[in-house]
Design a protein around this ligand. Structure first.
Ligand SMILES: Cc1cc2nc3c(=O)[nH]c(=O)nc-3n(C[C@H](O)[C@H](O)[C@H](O)COP(=O)(O)OP(=O)(O)OC[C@H]3O[C@@H](n4cnc5c(N)ncnc54)[C@H](O)[C@@H]3O)c2cc1C
Length: 393
């Protein structure tokens, strides 16, 4: 029996998203990849059907935030188009700073526009010299009267150039290490804020990934999230809750590729029978399906725990394991799907080569999978487990 902890109402919403994905987004996926243009029409589909509302509480115009349902929606959309799935994931990533650390006034000002999808947000942590080592950032924010003056730049920012607000991390005290980092909400219209180069990429081509610069950019002090020095903690709390979104994107890719390869293997014949009946191909299909189901178990558990209020070390470890496993599965399974299609898998007329290219980024962003392994091991070492070594040696 498939893992399905959804309530009846959540299942209904999932089915709506699944139908939208199949009917409205799947027919656009190849063109989005080919044109490498941001799919505003997909954003319109999400707006019309209140898909962004899944991420937000009713008091801010949402339909009642559910992490589990958010992950399911990202998975469903990513089965047919990972660029479109990422739009939902980044709506969450770019909103989490406000949700977790925003004042009532900040939430009232921004969350309704994010819940309706009127505004898209972004999360700006990475810099040219600081990716995995994010605390080595150089962007600064200096208090000046009723504002902070930001100087520096960020790189590889998803939604660069299309987002209306950016959650930006900058050093308010360069001598204080992690504790010298603060978080700000920066509106794209702020003088001194500029978007630089948008990068051409291997996959998720319709998503924009670009540089943003701050040149004496005066951000009102009321846009500080939490207190000065809270920024690094906020950045990590956001990632604990957003990494499962990337896991969901990875799982969607893996399941979409498995479904496609299965259908292909049923109809493609060699040596007088469908390739699905050759045991080496059947074994690959079985492994692909098993990996997807195992990944889904972790992903849904993670969503359920977030909805039940999990935080701290329990969430950090589970979220890292979920991101690691689901995205490694995404790469393995999409690669196997290409193999099952043989030469046809390698050409652009079939979607699995796009899925394989799209899968690669899931192992890299929001913390590479090497970093996830470091996080998991660190949390394991912190756990107070009963010793098995007593009396040994
Ligand atoms: C398409 C795309 C979208 C992105 N979107 C965003 C976004 O919206 N917001 C944002 O802030 N960032 C974003 N990023 C940045 C992304 O999160 C970083 O690229 C990623 O965290 C890795 O950082 P880096 O590229 O500097 O690699 P580095 O940190 O230089 O790492 C290089 C290699 O070394 C390994 N490595 C580094 N340190 C260690 C270590 N201690 N132990 C073992 N291995 C290590 C890494 O795993 C990697 O294999 C995006 C990147 C891309 C490509």
């Amino acid at each position: 029996m498939p893992v399905d902890p959804l309530t009846d109402e959540q299942r209904e919403i999932r089915d709506v998203v699944r139908a939208l994905a199949r009917e409205r987004i799947a027919p656009r996926a190849a063109e989005i990849d080919k044109s490498a243009e941001f799919p505003w029409d997909v954003v319109d589909v999400f707006r019309e059907h209140d898909v962004f509302g899944i991420l937000f509480d009713a008091e801010y115009g949402g339909i009642g935030a559910s992490a589990l349902l958010t992950l399911v929606a990202i998975e469903e959309v990513s089965k047919v188009c990972a660029t479109s799935g990422l739009i939902i994931a980044v709506q969450e990533l770019g909103s989490l700073g406000l949700k977790l650390a925003g004042s009532d006034e900040q939430k009232e000002r921004y969350l309704p526009r994010l819940a309706s999808g009127e505004w898209l947000p972004a999360y700006a942590l990475t810099e040219p010299g600081s990716g995995s080592d994010s605390a080595a950032m150089r962007t600064t924010a200096q208090r000046d009267g009723d504002a902070y003056v930001l100087n520096g730049g960020k790189r590889f920012i998803t939604n660069a150039g299309i987002a209306e607000i950016y959650t930006v991390f900058a050093k308010t005290d360069s001598s204080a290490g992690h504790a010298g980092i603060s978080a700000f909400v920066v509106e794209a219209s702020t003088p001194g804020f500029e978007v630089g180069r948008i990068e051409p990429k291997m996959g998720i081509k319709g998503s924009t990934t670009g540089e943003v610069f701050f040149d004496d950019c005066r951000v009102p002090a009321e846009n500080l999230l939490g207190e000065e020095g809270d920024g690094f903690r906020i950045a990590m709390q956001i990632l604990d809750r957003s990494r499962p979104g990337i896991a969901a994107q990875g799982l969607g890719l893996a399941q979409g590729a498995t479904d496609y390869a299965l259908e292909y293997a049923r109809s493609r014949e060699t040596m007088g029978r469908p390739i699905a009946e050759h045991q080496l191909v059947a074994g690959m299909l079985a492994d692909m399906e098993t990996k997807c189901e195992a990944a889904r178990g972790l992903l849904y558990k993670c969503g359920r725990l977030i909805d039940e209020g999990a935080s701290g070390t329990e969430l950090t470890k589970l979220s890292a394991m979920t991101k690691l496993y689901c995205t490694d599965v995404a790469m393995e399974v999409t690669t196997d799907a290409v193999q099952i299609l043989g030469g046809y898998g390698y050409i652009q007329e079939y979607p699995v080569e796009r899925m394989m290219r799209d899968a690669k980024i899931t192992q890299i962003y929001e913390g590479t999978n090497q970093i996830q392994r470091l996080v998991i091991a660190r949390e394991m070492l912190r756990e107070n487990r009963a010793s098995l070594l007593a009396g040994v040696g």
